[in-house]
Design a binder for this molecule. Sequence first.
Ligand SMILES: *[C@@H]1O[C@H](CO)[C@@H](O)[C@H](O)[C@H]1NC(C)=O
Ligand SMILES: *[C@@H]1O[C@H](CO)[C@@H](O)[C@H](O)[C@H]1NC(C)=O
Ligand SMILES: *[C@@H]1O[C@H](CO)[C@@H](O)[C@H](O)[C@H]1NC(C)=O
Ligand SMILES: *[C@@H]1O[C@H](CO)[C@@H](O)[C@H](O)[C@H]1NC(C)=O
Ligand SMILES: *[C@@H]1O[C@H](CO)[C@@H](O)[C@H](O)[C@H]1NC(C)=O
Ligand SMILES: *[C@@H]1O[C@H](CO)[C@@H](O)[C@H](O)[C@H]1NC(C)=O
Ligand SMILES: *[C@@H]1O[C@H](CO)[C@@H](O)[C@H](O)[C@H]1NC(C)=O
Length: 609
Amino acid sequence: NACKLFFLFLLSIPCLCSSQPSPPPLRFSAFLDDSNMVFMRWDHDEEEMMTFELQVRTVGWVAFGFSPHGELPGSDIVIGGVFPNGSIYFSDWHAVDEENLKEDNSQDYQLLSLTEDETFTTLRFKRYFQTCDPNDLDITGDTARLISAFGTDDTVQFSKGQRFLKSLFLMRVISPTELNDPKIFFTYDLKLNDFPIPVDETTYACTFIPLPIVKQKHHIYKFEPIITTHQNRSMVHHILVYACGNGSVLPTGISDCYGADPDFALCSQVVVGWAVGGGSYQFPNEAAISIGTPMDPQYIRLEIHYSNFDLIPGLIDNSGIRFYCTPELRPYDMGVLQTGVFTFPVHFIPPGADAYKSYGLCKSSQFNEVNVTLVSILKNYHMAQRDYSEEAVRMENGEQVRIICEDNKYDFALQETRDLKEVITIKVGDEILVECNFQTLDRTEITFGGPSTLNEMCLAFLFYYPRNNISSCMGYPDIQQIAHTLGQEASDAMEGMIAMNYVEWNNETIKTAEKAAKEADQIVMIKTIDELQKNESGIIRDIMIPESGLCHDISGRLGVRGPQVTANLRGAAAVISQALSTAEILPLPLLLLTQLSFTWLLTSSQCRI
Ligand SMILES: *[C@@H]1O[C@H](CO)[C@@H](O)[C@H](O)[C@H]1NC(C)=O
Ligand SMILES: *[C@@H]1O[C@H](CO)[C@@H](O)[C@H](O)[C@H]1NC(C)=O
Ligand SMILES: *[C@@H]1O[C@H](CO)[C@@H](O)[C@H](O)[C@H]1NC(C)=O
Ligand SMILES: *[C@@H]1O[C@H](CO)[C@@H](O)[C@H](O)[C@H]1NC(C)=O
Ligand SMILES: *[C@@H]1O[C@H](CO)[C@@H](O)[C@H](O)[C@H]1NC(C)=O
Ligand SMILES: *[C@@H]1O[C@H](CO)[C@@H](O)[C@H](O)[C@H]1NC(C)=O
Ligand SMILES: *[C@@H]1O[C@H](CO)[C@@H](O)[C@H](O)[C@H]1NC(C)=O
């Protein structure tokens, strides 16, 4: 077939919904594209089923699915639509390689309804989180890479259709309707005023802004981004708001956050964060951020990361964050605990690593005698590597109690606050261990820990209540021990850091360094909101990730999964291509939106000590 057209065979599908009561509303929704053509609602249930409803502005075919990391090969895709004569088609496919789709032998998506009017095609379907078909990708707590596409008619031609890629966290737990809005509230904008965006690919603009002056205690219960658009485009890549401690002398004006004046990097306690792909966030009903008492911050640092890839001159920007404040107080004040690896060059990541794990330990024996209930988490790191993953684990008496949060497909472009599946109580004496997994195959120089984008971070921000006065609890390994294991001389930490530059990095020394960093004594630094500091020591224990080998087939029967394709892309393509049939060929050069947007990060990364 020379023009590589692709026709779907008609399936006569009985309408499963007509005689049944109307389906429950789906709690979560998002647009999958920037032009608001593809609207998705979704929800999950106790039976480990995820239900999706897609409303797409087309009368042609619609495709939706999951990509392993943003690329097409190995993607799990459903395609459906309504023919002009009213017949419908719907089936489960997978992408064999960059160009070819193949229908799955096992059909694991159940169609609930499929309709079309003059404007929209609407599909509702469901599937199990883990199907038994190795050609389907699992739905997990990892950031999902969602592919969507549509065409103008019912001849499915991916190369001519519109395609989108969106990173989304599907395992949300609190829906907007469960959140209480106060009767009295006011908004307060923290933003830049008429800031001329520099003609540079990347700019980190920082400024210090006072929080609202209120006579009595208030709560900040919600925030949303305020984004200036320039010819329908936003130059803002991410925004972070940091609380400033009492008494610091803060600079005025707007400047480069990590440039010549180190004062513009003051205040390191993250309060809220937003990045491309994120939306507004409202704290759960029990707690919110307090302002207006002596314990509270009075100033914040606003950090806006601009990406002006096309070097457009003359752009004036007024972006920032809007806070919603209320005098109707919730039961608790929210605190933010920064955990992870101490952001300092003692944290290093060798170049050319396929996977390199770093660990940061927090010991809570210094915490106040309170039960800390973690409610949500915002993670932050710089390296835009597709294989980055992060876990935070709670340990008690050296035993792993539970995984607080885990994401094996973290997307730099989706830094958002996530509610945890359930509240977790951290008891005094517990340990919190953060593990980050980096990939540095694109780098030729060692990467050191630090706040700028040239450096790297491994942090987890835990939102918790009731607030205590600890603001950060981060660990780092004894670098002298690591240097000695790698055969380097080092009589103090500084020499240990410098010695890392002299190590000949290959896969063997990378493994040795990873093991040495894990086994070295950890120094745990605990800081209070008054910047008082206390140190402890500890050791890194193994994190156990429970693997569920169970899956559901279409009828709901439990089975044991065959070889999964999620983990190893190359393996998957090799397995599937044997089954390739020439009749079912689609040309599919998929637009890798997410990866394009952070290419500069990969190429501009260098080391700096
Ligand atoms: C409707 O149209 C499709 C595609 O042209 C065709 O395959 C199918 O047989 C038609 N169905 C009926 C009931 O005519
Ligand atoms: C911006 O978007 C609107 C609506 O989508 C469209 O009508 C307009 O032409 C766009 N402008 C530019 C400059 O792309
Ligand atoms: C912060 O500074 C104000 C004014 O100087 C003071 O009244 C207050 O006690 C300080 N708060 C803390 C926690 O130190
Ligand atoms: C923490 O919770 C435990 C069990 O729920 C309770 O026994 C203990 O009194 C609580 N401690 C504080 C300080 O609230
Ligand atoms: C922090 O908590 C400790 C223990 O409860 C208390 O003694 C100390 O005064 C607190 N510090 C501040 C600044 O509130
Ligand atoms: C480590 O091995 C991978 C292949 O597994 C290779 O791509 C990479 O370049 C190696 N790293 C170094 C530093 O030699
Ligand atoms: C804790 O460790 C840091 C870094 O090694 C050091 O600068 C600081 O003085 C130590 N603080 C205490 C109280 O020992």
